[in-house]
Design a protein around this ligand. Structure first.
Ligand SMILES: Nc1ncnc2c1ncn2[C@@H]1O[C@H](COP(=O)(O)OP(=O)(O)OP(=O)(O)O)[C@@H](O)[C@H]1O
Length: 364
């Protein structure tokens, strides 16, 4: 089921929660709505669901496939929901929780009890909880409860599944596992999913495309690779990963800040900022003719396949974070207090004009 939103806008009293937004979601896509708290993600999801009405406007339309659902009640939109705090029925077993939606269907649509049983068992098998069918929610872990929620949402075979911070309350390892679950079920069953998260890693790992939002605006809609490679503006760049800032005066192609200097021919003269990701900084025992960025190592932390190094210097407004491969770090014999030179391997620059928000971005 494809979803099309045309001219969706929402005010709560005088404050604008969502500025006019267009969005096209293809059939079978998994879309992540990503943004900081208060950016309008949940409002957009609730409008798709029919739990919230957009501001009245003759241009506003919500289409599910060919069907115009703008004024259709939530009950009749045939959507599956998984919410962070969408509690299971505590007095019902896991089996009965999953069967619930089917067992309360009007008689004409309701499958026989044998069919319901077969379908619930198949769903429980899919989320690998068959062995817990007779347990009550209080006897399950948080991750298991969310898997039951997922099975329950899928019982009615929705064509659209909406998830609001579905794994928000769980610890990192369980979140990771549930993401794999969701991706797997999504691909196997072929429904269209939209989920809300404020976790960049979750959005980038799980989504076919990510809608990055801030302050009620859509900043960019793109695949995870495209977002990371070509952020549309500074907000997106900063929101999608750690950023190191170098701010100074550019003159004759050299940016200077205190005793730090970086040769950058491309930048115009005047006050400028350049941004670098942790992996875009190299470290060396000596300066070279392009970079003279002296710093002191304040932390060396091995994390998985890389070593994270924190640098401080008078010319930095915030400490820099650098990620190195283990062999690079051991070659430099880095330890807290080492004096070192940073090198800009590559850098990004967002002139004021491109850092301002796009008026309201349609689908790409
Ligand atoms: N029912 C409401 N009444 C008044 N204001 C609301 C209501 N719901 C949301 N808002 C406001 O609308 C804006 C967007 O809220 P929304 O919940 O969509 O953001 P969000 O990105 O989902 O945030 P979070 O990640 O914190 O859940 C916020 O400023 C919020 O305070």
């Amino acid at each position: 089921m494809s979803i099309r939103l045309e001219h969706i806008q929402k005010h709560f009293g005088r404050s604008q929660a969502l500025s006019p937004t267009q969005l096209d979601i293809a059939n079978g896509e998994l879309i992540g709505l990503l943004g900081p708290s208060g950016s309008g993600k949940t409002t957009l999801l609730r409008i798709i669901a029919g739990l919230e009405t957009p501001d009245p406007d003759p241009r506003t339309r919500i289409l599910f496939g060919e069907r115009d659902v703008t004024n259709v009640h939530v009950r009749d939109r045939h959507i599956g929901f998984v919410f962070q705090h969408y509690a299971l029925f505590r007095h019902m077993t896991v089996f009965d929780n999953v069967a619930f939606g089917l067992s309360v269907l009007p008689r004409r649509e309701r499958p026989s009890s044998g069919q319901i049983r077969a379908q619930v068992l198949r769903l429980l098998e899919m989320v690998q909880l068959s062995h817990l069918a007779k347990r009550y929610p209080a006897q399950l872990s948080g991750g298991q409860q969310q898997r039951v929620s997922l099975a329950r949402a899928l019982a009615l075979k929705p064509e659209v599944l909406l998830l609001d911070e579905p794994f928000g309350a769980l610890d990192a390892k369980v979140r990771q596992e549930l993401r794999r679950w969701l991706r797997h079920l999504h691909d196997e069953l072929g429904f269209t999913s939209v989920f809300v998260t404020h976790d960049q890693e979750e959005a980038l790992e799980l989504s076919d495309r990510v809608v990055v939002m801030s302050d009620g605006h859509v900043e960019q809609i793109d695949t995870p690779e495209a977002l990371y490679r070509s952020p549309a503006n500074r907000f997106v760049f900063e929101f999608l990963g750690d950023v190191n800032l170098l701010e100074g005066e550019v003159s004759n192609g050299v940016l200077t800040c205190g005793d730090a200097q970086l040769k950058i021919d491309e930048l115009p003269a005047g006050r400028q900022e350049v941004l670098m990701r942790p992996h875009e900084i190299g470290l060396s025992e000596t300066a070279d003719e392009r970079s003279h960025l002296p710093a002191t190592v304040t932390a060396v932390v091995p994390v998985g396949a890389e070593v994270r190094v924190e640098l401080s210097a008078d010319w930095m407004s915030e400490p820099w974070q650098v990620s190195l491969r283990h062999e690079q770090a051991s070659r430099l014999k880095l330890h807290r207090g080492s004096r070192i030179y940073a090198r800009a391997l590559s850098w990004h620059h967002y002139p004021e004009t491109s850092a301002t928000r796009q008026p309201s971005l349609a689908d790409n």
